[in-house]
Design a protein around this ligand. Structure first.
Ligand SMILES: [Fe+2]
Length: 314
């Protein structure tokens, strides 16, 4: 697991050596899939200074704008800023839309093998200081975890996230750990992988899944679409946060300070991570199909299937 700094790519313009662009793109995808982070010391796409100034001006004490604000690109909807004055909300909406579009164009060129097949998930503006947040254990960002979305199961597809630190004065500090190929070998069985599969294959388990499909949204948002893989990833997210010895260990972990205006990209379903401190970050999530993976055997679904000895995506 490493931080890989990219210095030969800019938007617009793309790779500095266009001859090798396909090869460099493939290499970047491979590095991400193997559990590394791609890092850009400067923002690799345009963002007007007036927009950055506006985001910087969002104060920690501004209760209307200090919680996580999300932008849904498909519907072009901003959530979480309803209490803000209409002007501020409209401005933020425009900034988020533009960030989302710019990151999408950037990712399409940087990671060519995924272009055309990825799905847009949400973007977010993280305006709260992460250090010392008072949250219930399973919602704490400062504890190592892998991402899984309760309401938007990926069914084995991957969660790729692009972050930008828009704080002009302070770094955002992360800790990352060894990827799922290592962590799952250590903990998946203890976290209940075989038990979950055994339960799913009993008559009661099959009836319960059929019921969830029939009930649809009544079974809970996203529950009807969950495969055994999604169920396991949700419980593994909680398991890692609960496991104090894993949280405390130093071996295999990397502490990284992402400086002001840097950007980084990572598969957060495959790389355990925690955020120790930082305020003011933008993020756009993409769902990349498992079928687009260059090293599919490194993806959490395939890693877990190998450990379990059976399919998880049925
Ligand atoms: Fe996370």
């Amino acid at each position: 697991m490493a931080l890989i700094e990219i210095t030969d790519f800019r938007t617009p313009g793309g790779w500095t050596d266009p001859q090798s662009s396909t090869q460099r793109s493939q290499e970047c995808c491979r590095q991400l899939e193997e559990g590394n982070i791609l890092f850009f010391r400067q923002m690799p796409f345009e963002m007007p200074q007036v927009d950055l100034d506006f985001l910087t001006g969002v104060k920690q004490s501004d209760s209307a704008l200090h919680k996580n604000i999300s932008y849904r690109p498909k519907a072009d909807v901003l959530r979480g800023a309803e209490a803000a004055p209409p002007e501020a909300m409209q401005r933020l909406h425009r900034i988020m839309r533009s960030y989302s579009q710019n990151v999408t164009a950037f990712i399409s060129r940087l990671l060519e093998p995924y272009a055309g097949s990825f799905r847009h998930d949400f973007a977010s503006f993280r305006a709260i200081e992460e250090q010392g947040r008072d949250l219930p254990l399973h919602r704490r960002n400062d504890l190592m975890h892998v991402d899984a979305f309760p309401t938007r199961p990926t069914r084995g597809d991957r969660i790729l996230r692009c972050f930008t630190n828009v704080n002009p004065a302070e770094s955002r500090v992360w800790v990352t750990g060894e990827p799922m190929s290592v962590v799952a070998q250590r903990f998946a069985q203890d976290a209940g992988l075989s038990r979950l599969l055994a339960r799913a294959s009993t008559p009661a388990g099959r009836i319960s899944r059929t019921l969830r499909h029939v009930l649809g949204p009544l079974a809970g948002k996203g529950a009807a679409q969950r495969t055994p893989y999604d169920e396991f990833m949700l419980s593994f997210h909680d398991y890692l946060k609960e496991r104090q010895d894993y949280q405390d260990e130093k071996q295999g972990k990397l502490r990284t300070e992402f400086p002001p205006f840097s950007t980084w990209i990572v598969f957060t379903d495959g790389v355990p991570h925690s955020v120790l401190s930082g305020r003011l970050a933008l993020e756009q999530t993409f769902i990349i199909p498992l079928s687009a993976m260059i090293v599919p055997e490194q993806s959490p679904a395939r890693v877990l299937e190998k450990i379990a000895g059976q399919a998880l995506l049925a």
